[in-house]
Design a protein around this ligand. Structure first.
Ligand code: NAD
Length: 262
């Protein structure tokens, strides 16, 4: 079912073996879109592009480098024509309190999660305008909606993503370019599943994490990808400048059993 034929999307952070970007690239191609897989992981990116076939192509991109974005736009346009969709999905995180995080660590996360998105919009907006309009989806996080302790600068950067999203939406609406933010909760990916294993943690009802997800499970990358595809498609034609949460109810409030008032 080629419901997204005519879509030419750039997806940053799409090469990770089981990430949200990869799931998005797979879903978009399965719906008939053409996708540029953009990442620092060259071997994995090339392998994914070859797995997805002629409608996918890998281009190296470090989202923190302005020159990489310019090069990506030139090469993507010559490959598939002017892009009309951008998914800013690349991200890194670190652990650490405000006091234990170094200035260097703080800057690294901000560079990828915040400045990288700004550079992407700044570089791609003229191309989307030339294409007659399009859709930009910026991946924030539930950490961009609450204060989440011990995440280094991740919380600050993910809040900033929602600000950039609103500014871009208001600046680009006249050009028929919509810009929205997606706030995933705990998702089973390379980032989300690191350390002791988020899936195992969440299965333990005794853990703080497990007790905080009303639906009682982690999310799958494919569940976030379906929301991203909706925001790229015309199905969301009147949505811009908004936050879309996909978190199993995490931000809705505590579980009934956690909120024991007796
Ligand atoms: P992941 O680690 O599987 O994927 C992140 C991807 O970003 C990787 O492919 C990595 O190579 C790429 N990347 C990192 N630095 C880059 C750079 N400088 N330039 C280009 N690419 C770079 O993690 P994920 O969970 O799929 O994360 C995707 C997005 O979702 C991130 O923005 C993350 O912050 C966000 N998010 C994830 C969760 C979760 O629980 N997994 C929750 C909320 C938000």
């Amino acid at each position: 079912m080629d419901t997204m034929a005519g879509t030419v999307a750039i997806v940053s952070g799409a090469a990770s073996p089981r990430g949200i970007g990869r799931a998005t690239a797979e879903l978009l191609v399965s719906r008939g879109a053409k996708v540029i897989i953009a990442d620092v992981l060259d071997d994995l990116g090339k392998a994914l592009a070859s797995q997805l076939g002629d409608n996918a192509h890998f281009i190296h991109l470090d989202v923190t480098r302005e020159g990489d974005w310019a090069d990506l736009l030139a090469r993507a346009s010559s490959y598939f024509g002017d892009p009309n969709a951008l998914v800013n999905c690349a991200g890194i995180d670190t652990d650490g309190t405000i006091e234990s995080t170094t200035l260097k660590e703080y800057g690294q996360v901000v560079a990828v999660c915040q400045t990288g998105i700004w550079l992407g919009i700044r570089t791609l907006a003229p191309a989307l305008r030339a294409a007659g309009g399009g859709s930009i989806v910026n991946i924030s996080s539930v950490a961009g909606a609450v204060g989440q302790a011990s995440l280094g600068s991740y919380t600050a950067a993910k809040w900033a993503v929602r600000g950039i999203t609103r500014q871009a939406a208001t600046e680009l609406a006249d050009d028929n370019i919509r810009v929205n933010a997606v706030l995933p909760g705990f998702i089973d990916t390379m980032m989300g599943g690191k350390g002791a294993g988020l899936r195992e943690k969440l299965r333990s009802t005794k853990s703080a994490c497990g007790a905080s997800v009303p639906m009682g499970r982690v999310g799958e990358a494919s569940e976030v990808a379906k929301l991203i595809a909706f925001l790229i498609s015309d199905e969301s034609s009147y949505c811009t400048g908004a936050d879309f949460v996909v978190d199993g109810g995490l931000l809705a409030g505590p579980l009934a059993e956690a909120a024991d008032w007796s």
